[in-house]
Design a protein around this ligand. Structure first.
Ligand SMILES: Cc1ncc(COP(=O)(O)O)c(C=O)c1O
Length: 333
């Protein structure tokens, strides 16, 4: 939990750079009442040795955010590389030399009563210093919650819509009150979906298994990174398939993935020991590889990263989008 006072932090709001203390919305804002906003979350890691702050897959995050906003018919004018430029500018203006979290938020901004949305849209980008979200050093205790994961035909969970996070807040609250570190959602059909704020992987019979996009999950960018690292570096078969609840109790390993959670090994699920009860070798290796890759230590994954403090090219503004690839389609068909 981050408890710092961020009021002096410079944020991007109403197309301007302003201190957070001056970034206000009207109490009648449509998104505040009806949840009609779409957000994303991006991490940046400060690497002391290189004196560099690396943003992790910002192009993919901004592409996802823009596409998801389209589901609510919220328009965001800047393209993904211009949005990367805003984040780089915020990091530089705030002189951040620590791990950070980027929160872009697009929302229906009309200040009036009435649920039907109109075409008044706004967006903001906030960057704050950020440490661990969950302390998973010794493994997490996870519990299946009574709340079911929202259905795509009710509110699409893959869209990161503000209102749909009531589902996650209820699940996370129940899990914590029951003594767990994180919730596990089942779908209405009873299949394992994901955590309240993260995707889930299981190791079974030497294979990595994770629920597919059709199980109402958020198609995580960290999930994609982990699948790539598992295939390329650990030569593991990665299978996307529906997972029954009881398979949680038979898995050799379980771990969560997400921008905030990173790689969070689960050592107990529903008061049952997972595997040996210690952090498993696959989770440990993938966590290590993910940390190395996101700090810019693995050249094979350098294209995931945008360095915020790269010197500007001579005679012009920095062009951060040129520094990263990211044209591939992460989510397939
Ligand atoms: C419900 C949910 N699932 C999964 C994730 C992981 O997604 P990503 O790895 O893109 O952060 C998140 C976090 O954003 C989330 O909120």
């Amino acid at each position: 939990m981050q408890t710092e006072d961020y009021s002096d932090v410079i944020v991007y709001f109403n197309n301007q750079y302003v201190p957070l203390r001056d970034a206000h919305v009207n109490i009648l804002t449509h998104a505040l009442h009806y949840g009609t906003g779409v957000f994303d979350g991006i991490r940046g890691y400060w690497d002391e040795r290189q004196e560099q702050l690396f943003l992790v897959r910002p192009m993919e995050h901004f592409r996802r955010w823009k596409a998801n906003s389209g589901i609510l018919r919220i328009g965001i004018a800047p393209d993904a590389s211009e949005l990367c430029g805003i984040v780089v500018e915020l990091i530089r203006r705030n002189h951040f030399q620590s791990h950070i979290y980027v929160r872009p938020l697009a929302y229906k901004c009309a200040a009036r009563i009435g649920v039907n949305p109109d075409n008044r849209d706004a967006f903001a980008v906030v960057v704050v210093p950020f440490g661990d979200y969950l302390d998973s050093r010794h493994g997490l205790h996870a519990g299946v919650v009574s709340w079911r994961r929202i259905e795509d035909n009710a509110i699409p969970g893959r869209a990161k819509i503000c209102g749909s996070y009531v589902n996650s807040a209820l699940a996370g609250d129940e899990a914590r009150r029951n003594g767990f570190d994180e919730a596990i959602f089942l779908t209405e059909e009873g299949h394992v979906a994901e955590g309240a704020s993260c995707n889930i992987f299981l190791v079974r019979a030497g294979k990595l298994v994770t629920p597919p996009g059709s199980e109402n999950i958020l198609e995580g960018i960290t999930r994609n990174c982990i699948m790539e690292l598992a295939r390329n570096e650990l030569h593991l078969e990665v299978i996307e398939r529906p997972v029954d609840r009881s398979v949680l109790y038979l898995a050799d390993e379980i771990f969560f993935t997400g921008t905030a959670v990173e790689v969070g090994p689960v050592t107990q699920v529903d008061h049952r020991q997972v595997g040996s009860g210690a952090i498993g070798p696959v989770a440990a290796e993938l966590r290590f590889l993910y940390i190395e890759a996101t700090r810019g230590h693995l050249s094979a994954y350098r294209h995931w990263l945008l360095p915020a403090y790269e010197p500007a090219p001579a005679g012009g503004e920095p062009e951060p989008a040129l520094a990263i690839a990211g044209d591939e389609d992460l989510w397939g068909v």
